[in-house]
Design a protein around this ligand. Structure first.
Ligand code: HEC
Length: 155
């Protein structure tokens, strides 16, 4: 009888210690997630809101909406200056091209750009990371406005 009690008194602290060390081991390693490198901001590059002129056949209202969409939605990947350096771009592969590339600007039609915007990259054989914007399907004027913003970056 005495032995059992002795055993228990010895066993309990051990059990506690065992439990505690188990808890410690359970702790998830704190994710030292690598922060995407902050893109350096070109000082005098104009924002699309100032850069993009009103496009033919696009009302001021639609143009304003296009600018807002570019600044809030597209710039996360494409960057406010269209250089392909938005905060989310670091994680993308392939990365968005710079809209200023004159060769690319000369190569693509407005229709191609509009299709990429509305239907997404994979609709023209590009990366599906360029996501579709189905809400713009019913807003062709806003899409035109976005195309003109992209055209305005041409060097
Ligand atoms: C989640 C990130 C992301 C967002 C948001 C995004 N794009 Fe893209 N976009 C990409 C990537 C990545 C590519 C490059 C695809 C490739 O080269 O395969 C791309 C490519 C493009 C291209 C170039 C197509 C070509 O011929 O090379 C255009 C134009 C474009 N995006 C417009 C837009 C517009 C306008 C918006 C906002 C409505 C937008 N994108 C939002 C990631 C994004």
């Amino acid at each position: 009888m005495r032995r059992t009690i002795l055993c228990l008194t010895l066993a309990v602290p051990f059990a506690l210690v065992a439990c505690q060390s188990e808890k410690k081991a359970d702790k998830p390693a704190t994710a030292a997630a690598a922060k995407p490198a902050e893109a350096p901001k070109p000082a005098e590059a104009p924002k699309p809101a100032e850069a993009a002129p009103a496009a033919a056949g696009v009302s001021a209202e639609a143009m304003a909406e296009a600018k807002t969409i570019f600044e809030t939605r597209c710039s996360t990947c494409h960057g406010l200056t269209g250089a392909g350096d938005g905060p989310a771009a670091a994680a993308l592969n392939p990365k968005p091209r710079s809209y200023s590339d004159p060769e690319w600007q000369a190569k693509v039609t407005d229709d191609h750009i509009a299709q990429v915007i509305v239907k997404g990259g994979d609709s023209v054989g590009l990366s599906p990371l360029m996501t579709a914007n189905p809400d713009l399907e019913s807003k062709p004027e806003v899409v035109k406005g976005l195309v003109s913003i992209i055209r305005s970056y041409k060097k």
